[in-house]
Design a protein around this ligand. Structure first.
Ligand SMILES: [Zn+2]
Length: 133
């Protein structure tokens, strides 16, 4: 159920109140996440989800579309698991401009490689966009 997003919405108090856990299962894509179930204020959580959906920049990562939004050194996005929604973040300087995977063509949001076909930088001759790597 959508929650109201005020015009002057500031996600920072929510960001500070959330518990961010490092995603150990994805070492090639270092980021932290906060699961809706661990958030004591579900309405605040959903408001931040809405903020990302409303204002984020759409990018495709490993075949899925996400909305990305950067704030004070971190880039945030929403993902969903069978167990519920998650807010994710990573250091903005780790995020490169999206390029297409030189092997399978899917859009890469990370310089560390392709989740779709397992291409990794260095596995193939440096692609034309190689300055990013
Ligand atoms: Zn690929």
């Amino acid at each position: 159920m959508p929650v109201e997003l005020p015009d002057d919405y500031d996600p920072r108090p929510t960001i500070e109140s959330l518990t961010w856990r490092y995603a150990v299962s994805l070492p090639r894509h270092p980021h932290s996440y906060s699961h809706v179930r661990t958030c004591p204020d579900r309405e605040a959580f959903m408001r931040m989800v809405q903020w990302l959906n409303a204002t984020g920049e759409r990018r495709t990562f490993a075949g899925h579309a996400y909305k990305y939004r950067s704030l004070e050194g971190y880039t945030y996005w929403v993902s969903s698991a069978p167990s519920g929604l998650m807010l994710n973040r990573r250091r903005t300087e780790d995020v490169t401009e999206p390029i297409d995977c030189p092997r399978c063509g899917s859009s890469l949001a990370a310089a560390s490689g392709c989740d779709n076909c397992r291409w990794t930088p260095g596995a193939d001759p440096v692609p034309a966009q190689g300055t990013l790597w």
